[in-house]
Design a protein. Structure first.
Length: 254
C-alpha cells in the first residue's frame, strides 16, 4: 500500500491512512523487525509451556464504547477493543468468546477462553462448563414449590432453591380443573390482585429447554413481578380455563 498512500494523499480513509503511514516511521528498521521476530518466538515457546493442559481466560475487550466515543478517537478505542485478544494469532492460539450472563444491553461484557492450537477440545469444554454455570431465576407456585410433589422436575435438572418470596399485589390464584390439580397464577389490572407466595429456583440455562418441554397448557411462561421490584420468568395461566376454575386467591400462601 506504500506507493498508493504516498501518491494519493488523503484519498484513503483517514484512520486507515494514519495506521498505514505509521509503518514508514524511521524506527521501523530491518534490525528492529528481526529483533521483534526473535522476541515473538521466545513468547511462543513460553506460551506453549504455560498453557500445556491449561487455558487462559481474559476479557474479550478492553472496554465497551458508544459510536460517538469511537468516532471521537477511533484508533485508541479499537486498540482497546483488541487489548486482550491481539496476542491470539501472534502466539498461534485458538480461542472462544463467551458472553456474560447479563441483561446490560448498553455496555455488555464477555470473556475469551484461549488455548494452544491443538487444545480445541479443552477450550470448548471449558466454554461449555461456563454456560452450565449460568442460571435463570424462575418463579413457581403450587406443586413445583419446595417440598411439593413436582419439585423434582426442577431438582432433577440441577435447579437450586433460592428463596421464598411473593408477587406484587397484581395477581389472582385459581384452582385449575387439571390432573393433577394445579394452581394457576393470573395477572389482573383492576386493583383486585393480591401478593401471591412463590418460590424462586435458579435453573441452569443449559437445562431450561428440557424443563420447558414438560410445561403443558393451560400453564405458560411469562414475566412475573416480585414485591421487591424484580421481574423474573415464571408460571402463568392461560385465561381461557378460568371459566371452569375456582378462585383461591384467599389461599395466596399456597
Amino acid at each position: 500500500m506504500k506507493e498508493f498512500v504516498e501518491s494519493h494523499k488523503e484519498k484513503t480513509f483517514p484512520v486507515t491512512e494514519k495506521i498505514l503511514r505509521s509503518g514508514g516511521s524511521e524506527d521501523k528498521t530491518a534490525a528492529r523487525l528481526f529483533d521483534d521476530l526473535h522476541k515473538l518466538q521466545y513468547y511462543k515457546h513460553k506460551t506453549k509451556e504455560i498453557l500445556e493442559n491449561a487455558v487462559m481466560i481474559m476479557p474479550t475487550a478492553g472496554g465497551t464504547f458508544t459510536r460517538a466515543q469511537v468516532r471521537k478517537d477511533p484508533v485508541e478505542t479499537n486498540s482497546l477493543m483488541g487489548l486482550y485478544t491481539n496476542h491470539c494469532n501472534l502466539l498461534n492460539l485458538m480461542a472462544i468468546a463467551v458472553p456474560e450472563n447479563s441483561k446490560d444491553k448498553d455496555y455488555p461484557f464477555g470473556i475469551t477462553i484461549f488455548g494452544l492450537a491443538d487444545s480445541k477440545n479443552l477450550v470448548i469444554k471449558t466454554a461449555e462448563n461456563f454456560f452450565e454455570s449460568e442460571y435463570e431465576p424462575f418463579a413457581v407456585c403450587g406443586l413445583h414449590k419446595k417440598g411439593y410433589s413436582l419439585e423434582s422436575q426442577l431438582t432433577e435438572l440441577g435447579a437450586e432453591f433460592a428463596e421464598h418470596t411473593e408477587t406484587v399485589r397484581k395477581y389472582n390464584l385459581y384452582k385449575l380443573n387439571t390432573e393433577p390439580i394445579k394452581p394457576g397464577l393470573v395477572k389482573v389490572f383492576d386493583g383486585a390482585g393480591e401478593n401471591i407466595a412463590v418460590d424462586i429456583y435458579n435453573i441452569p440455562k443449559s437445562k431450561l429447554g428440557i424443563f420447558l418441554d414438560n410445561i403443558n397448557s393451560p400453564l405458560t411462561i411469562g414475566n412475573i413481578e416480585l414485591s421487591d421490584g424484580r421481574t423474573v420468568k415464571g408460571f402463568l395461566c392461560e385465561e381461557y380455563v378460568l371459566k371452569n376454575a375456582e378462585n383461591i386467591t384467599e389461599y395466596k400462601k399456597f
